[in-house]
Ligand binder design. Structure first.
Ligand code: OAD
Length: 251
């Protein structure tokens, strides 16, 4: 444990004590301590497969079976994971602040499982099967077998996630920009800040004078611009932050 922990969190705790509008921007790292692999860390998903082979519309057209196998493996891994202490505190923060929102790049559903309801999913939801032709979609709990077909028109179905080269779900990014522009404190948690447009939200917040803290054990392209960098795991930081706020009567 670093020598100056938890004192190093004090500047962030102070900002949170004064804040009524808080935004939490999350990426794969927030789920790492639940056992969900990230993308770009060593052992991450993009180390084992190239994104262009499994996460583009072209890949799906070329080889739908291969793409589905990749997503079925991810669903299988996710079916046994649970929210970790970071998710749990982030969910309790929703009831603590007058306005606390989550904008996530994750498709794993763990923030929702932990109890967050004010959440925007920029990259979709892995538990949705969506028709490639019509508008039909359905929520699934588990899946196996060959590429599923649409219940309505019989065309191939695909996972309800955003692939490289695709637009984000309609209107969702615009709402996220608004939340970033309105927030007084922004927590950037567990993202390598390399994928756009998600990565631009932290800059939007800073341009609107928010206090932006990055919680990530590794440096990212955003680290130099952050108002505070907390180079630690989210599962260690959030319970301590909650404790500090409770001690000062914020909770
Ligand atoms: P990445 O895999 O790019 O980055 C994960 C980040 O989490 C890294 O910076 C790690 O240092 C950090 N990290 C790891 N463990 C952590 C922990 N316990 N606490 C806090 N941070 C931790 O994942 P994303 O930034 O989410 O998109 O990736 C963005 C997008 O790229 C994903 O949504 C996905 C991917 O390609 C699509 O599939 C469209």
């Amino acid at each position: 444990m670093p020598d100056n922990f938890p004192q190093s969190l004090e500047p962030l705790a102070n900002e949170l004590r004064k804040a009524s509008r808080v935004l939490c921007l999350t990426g794969a790292g927030v789920s790492a301590e639940s056992g969900v692999p990230t993308f770009r860390d060593s052992g991450g998903l993009w180390e084992g497969s190239r994104p262009e082979d499994v996460a583009t519309p072209e890949a799906f057209e070329r080889d739908p079976d291969l793409v589905w196998r990749f997503y079925l493996a991810r669903r299988r891994n996710l079916s046994s994971v649970r929210p970790n202490p970071a998710h749990e505190v982030i969910a309790r923060f929703e009831t603590l602040f007058p306005e606390f929102n989550v904008v996530t790049q994750n498709v794993d559903g763990l923030h929702q499982q932990a109890g967050n309801s004010r959440i925007l999913c920029l990259h979709g939801d892995i538990w949705i099967d969506r028709c490639t032709v019509c508008t039909f979609e359905r929520r699934v709990e588990a899946s196996d077998g060959p590429v599923p077909r649409c219940d309505q028109c019989g065309a191939l179905a695909r996972p309800g996630v955003v692939w490289f080269g695709e637009m984000l779900p309609e209107g969702v990014f615009e709402q996220a920009v608004q939340l970033a522009a309105d927030a007084q404190v922004v927590l950037v948690v567990g993202t390598s800040s390399q994928v756009y447009p998600a990565a631009s939200l932290a800059n939007v917040a800073q341009q609107s004078s928010a206090f932006v803290a990055e919680i990530n054990p590794n440096a990212t392209p955003f680290s130099d611009s952050a108002d505070l960098v907390i180079p630690l795991n989210a599962g260690m930081v959030f319970p301590e932050l909650e404790r500090m706020l409770a001690e000062s009567g914020r909770i």
